[in-house]
Design a binder for this molecule. Structure first.
Ligand code: AMP
Length: 560
């Protein structure tokens, strides 16, 4: 350790811990009258938010929640969720944002693993909750969240209904200071192999992430997505990495916030229009779903800025959204990273390029934000050159990355091998610092000694006018190791067969953009592509399905 000058604080100097409570007060200072809106059911201003957070803290404390306890939430995106994201950590407890789209067995696993003691359950999930309640090992009490007129439900050890409890509670709460390294939030990765893993974030990390996101999305001129006049509506569920941390950012800045409940594309468009939403974030498939909705067909979405992350943003979707007036910005992150790591940025050099070049950079994972360090390494952990060509595993350092997996020290140590967080993504880094995600390590297709990026192939296939959705996976091949297999959803009124797909890809091979081995050997035309609980292509399920189809000689398949 370097011998530096450290001056002890003056007697009485306040030691300022970075706590989530610090993010709550400034929004009301900037814009008192801005509203928090829940569907078409409720709206209130920032002073009321502050008051409701205090009321909830009183309700939880009276129910017996103590610092260090884990309090789980099962809800769709709502004002209640926002209040929980503040009140639970602010009393020193940990909020477990349950992924309600996992299977009941996985939800049960995560709740027992996280040692949840209290659970807030939306009336829609009462059946689901009761089906697993008998196997929950740590839960003591439940609290009902509901939009319905009945304010009770058949839940074991029910303390009461949220709104009724809040209105009876005091609007004052003296939020104490405590160690900024206390855990504030936890949730589980959607884990493609084995059980989901619990990641966790401290108050300090979430405060720094909030400041980081505000800077990346608010202060970089080529990005400029967020300012106090924006109207925010998440379309990434709040259980998916705390809606990417944006509710904390929006609250700190005093933005009008719109919470849409369960996602229904027609209703989302209606809410967007009515509340004049200007800023959202989502994974590509959710945007696709919104664009495919009936309501979107005659709508010009001019003025809507959307951050796309969680999966690669392909050119076809970028262009389709642009044609509808939407400004898309790609970003990169993962459950383990809080999540924001990087955002597409066009520096002066890129801005001077052609429209086509600019698009190329707008859809890449972008430039790591302030305080983020990114590098690429080989399988032994040696650093590789950032030359835009060499591919390696992306590794990261930032002050807001999970420091392990809850109660799984071995897996945590693997995540942090060599003191860098290993993303499991293959990437290049170029001289401008731009990250280009080539693929997930486990999704790269290894064929005939070559490595083919399933993401590249999906991007090129999606440019065919007939293709609405595509997923490419590698399937075992006795001769070549693996061969690419494409699953296609075709647009209404279009046709495409193996021959047309081959013709579409050939020019990219001739131009050297694609290896000839990358032309899929088989395609299947389907009506739907399997998705994960957060709407990403579920490549694990796709691989299983294909193996099954092949075993059954399914007529789905067409060989190229
Ligand atoms: P999750 O932890 O479920 O949020 O998934 C994180 C993973 O999503 C990353 O490791 C990447 O594989 C993928 N991902 C996220 N953002 C991007 C992006 N902009 N481009 C390509 N892949 C992405």
């Amino acid at each position: 350790m370097l011998q530096t000058r450290v001056i002890p604080p003056a007697e009485g100097a306040y030691q300022y811990p970075l706590l989530i409570k610090r993010l709550l007060m400034s929004g009301a200072r900037y814009e008192k009258t801005r509203e928090i809106v829940y569907r078409d059911q409720l709206r209130y201003s920032y002073p009321t938010l502050i008051e409701r957070v205090a009321r909830l803290a009183n309700v939880l404390t009276a129910a017996g929640v103590k610092p260090g306890d884990t309090v789980a939430v099962m809800d769709w995106d709502s004002h209640r969720y926002l209040e929980c994201m503040f009140a639970i950590p602010m009393i020193g407890a940990v909020i477990h944002t349950i992924n309600v789209r996992l299977s009941p067995e996985q939800i049960l696993y995560t709740m027992n693993h996280a040692e949840d003691r209290f659970v807030l359950v939306n009336s829609e999930f009462v059946g689901l909750y009761n089906a697993i309640a008998g196997h929950l090992t740590t839960v003591e009490k439940t609290l009902l969240l509901t939009d319905l007129p009945e304010k009770t439900a058949d839940l074991p050890n029910l303390v009461g209904e949220y709104e009724q409890l809040l209105s009876a509670a005091s609007p004052q709460y003296d939020f104490q200071d405590f160690d900024e390294n206390s855990v504030a939030t936890t949730f589980y990765t959607t884990g493609t192999t084995g059980n989901p893993k619990g990641v966790y974030f401290t108050h300090r990390q979430l405060v720094l992430h909030t400041m980081g996101v505000s800077t990346i999305m608010g202060a970089i001129d080529s990005v400029r997505l967020l300012g106090t006049n924006d109207v925010y509506m998440p379309i990434t569920p709040m259980f998916h990495v705390h809606a990417w941390g944006l509710p904390y950012v929006a609250t700190m800045l005093g933005l009008k916030q719109v919470y849409p409940g369960r996602y229904d594309p027609e209703f989302l468009v209606e809410l967007w229009r009515k509340e004049k939403v200007t800023f959202s974030h989502c994974v590509p498939t959710i945007l696709q779903m919104v664009l495919n909705s009936k309501a979107a067909q005659n709508t010009d979405f001019g003025g809507w800025k959307i951050v796309i992350g969680g999966s690669a943003l392909n050119r076809a979707l970028y262009e389709a959204a642009k044609a509808k007036g939407i400004q898309l910005t790609a970003a990169y992150g993962m459950s383990e990273t809080g999540p924001l790591v990087s955002c597409a940025h066009l520096n002066d050099e890129l801005m001077a390029g052609s429209e086509d070049e600019r698009t190329t950079y707008r859809i890449k994972a972008g430039v790591p934000g302030p305080l983020v360090e990114a590098a690429i390494v080989d399988s032994e952990g040696n650093f590789l050159p950032a030359d835009g060509e060499t591919q390696g595993e992306l590794v990261l350092r930032a002050p807001w990355l999970t420091e392990g997996y809850f109660n799984e020290p071995q897996k945590g140590a693997e995540l942090w091998a060599g003191g860098w967080l290993h993303t499991g993504d293959v990437a290049t880094l170029d001289t401008m610092g731009v990250i280009d995600i080539r693929d997930r390590i486990k999704d790269v297709i290894k064929t005939g000694g070559e490595w083919i990026s399933s993401l590249d192939l999906e991007d090129l296939i999606s440019r065919h006018a007939a293709v609405r959705e595509v997923a490419v996976v590698g399937i075992a091949d006795p001769q070549w190791g693996e061969r690419p297999f494409a699953l296609l959803v075709i647009r209404e009124g279009h046709v495409i067969g193996a021959k047309e797909l081959k013709e579409h890809l050939k020019p990219f091979v001739e131009l050297g953009h694609l290896s000839k081995w990358a032309i899929p050997s088989q395609i299947a035309l389907v009506t739907e592509i399997p998705k994960t609980s957060v709407g990403k292509l579920d490549k694990k399920k796709i691989r299983l399905d294909i193996t099954e189809w092949q075993a059954n000689n399914s007529t789905f398949l067409s060989t190229l």
